[in-house]
Write a protein that binds this ligand. Structure first.
Ligand code: TMP
Length: 254
């Protein structure tokens, strides 16, 4: 393939110029980072699995009318996406106490929350993605009131959809993070779901045993990350085309 122009490189993905205006190619790397990249490792097969899982989730969301940047998968590691102007806010939705919420508020991990809780984090690696409120977002003009309302409504729709999708395959959706971006359609601006939705950005626990199938396996050294992500892919009825998981003999599923 001809050399492409790289537009952006993040910790887990690279964006290249797309084949048409308004599109980009999103490449999933095998790099895993945690704690603002203080901990890092290359994990064979992670990018392939996240490309496939994010494709599965985003195309299903598109299918139920929750707009996302996903257009189509190109190959094992790349997908064609709509170019968006990323809103520099990470939106976290929590159904069950875990991670930083448990630490900050002293709520035991695993306690079901009385209602889904939405939090915002300002995307800034130098500051370590600090938690912010709607007040900060509006005062510093990171997003408009309309953007914030749209992000909340998208996040809750994604939460309802994902909770059901995962519960159907015996997985508890504890929490997740999404990012949103703006696109223009004629004179109208719209906010859509961007980035990725994968076990890198969700907490996924086995509904019966509580076993973790997400990036906490890497953050907390709980075992083999690729095996955990492959379990998610398998339960969702998708597996990448080639044997990324040593010894497991993944099935080809179209
Ligand atoms: P937290 O409990 O560490 O705040 O994480 C909440 C959720 O957000 C969890 O599903 C993991 C996800 N997340 C990211 O996707 N990226 C991040 O940088 C962080 C800190 C969390």
């Amino acid at each position: 393939m001809a050399r492409r122009r790289m537009v952006y490189e993040g910790k887990a993905k690279i964006l290249y110029e797309g084949p048409e205006p308004g599109t980009l190619i999103q490449y999933f790397k095998d790099d895993a980072t945690a704690f603002n990249a203080q901990k890092r490792q290359v994990i064979d097969g992670k990018g392939v699995l996240n490309n496939r899982i994010s494709e599965h989730i985003m195309s299903a969301l598109n299918g139920i009318g929750v707009p996302t940047h996903f257009i189509r998968r190109i190959n094992m590691r790349e997908q064609l996406i709509r170019a968006v102007e990323i809103i520099p806010i990470e939106i976290v939705v929590r159904n069950v106490a875990a991670g930083s919420l448990s630490k900050r508020l002293g709520i035991p991990e695993g306690d079901t929350l009385p209602r889904p809780i939405i939090e915002f984090y300002y995307k800034d690696d130098k500051l370590g993605d600090p938690m912010v409120t709607e007040e900060h977002i509006l005062a510093f003009n990171w997003a408009s009131q309309q953007d914030v309302d749209d992000m909340i409504s998208l996040a809750l729709r994604v939460n309802d959809f994902l909770s059901g999708l995962f519960m159907g395959v015996g997985i508890r959706l504890v929490d997740f993070k999404i990012e949103c971006g703006r696109i223009w359609e004629g004179d109208y601006q719209r906010v859509i779901v961007a980035d990725e939705i994968s076990p890198d950005s969700c907490r996924l626990w086995d509904a019966k045993t509580g076993r973790k199938f997400d990036k906490d396996v890497f953050r907390r050294d709980l075992g083999n990350l690729t095996e955990a992500y492959a379990e998610v892919a398998q339960r969702l009825g998708i597996m990448p085309e080639s044997g990324v998981v040593a010894g497991k003999g993944p099935k080809l599923v179209h």
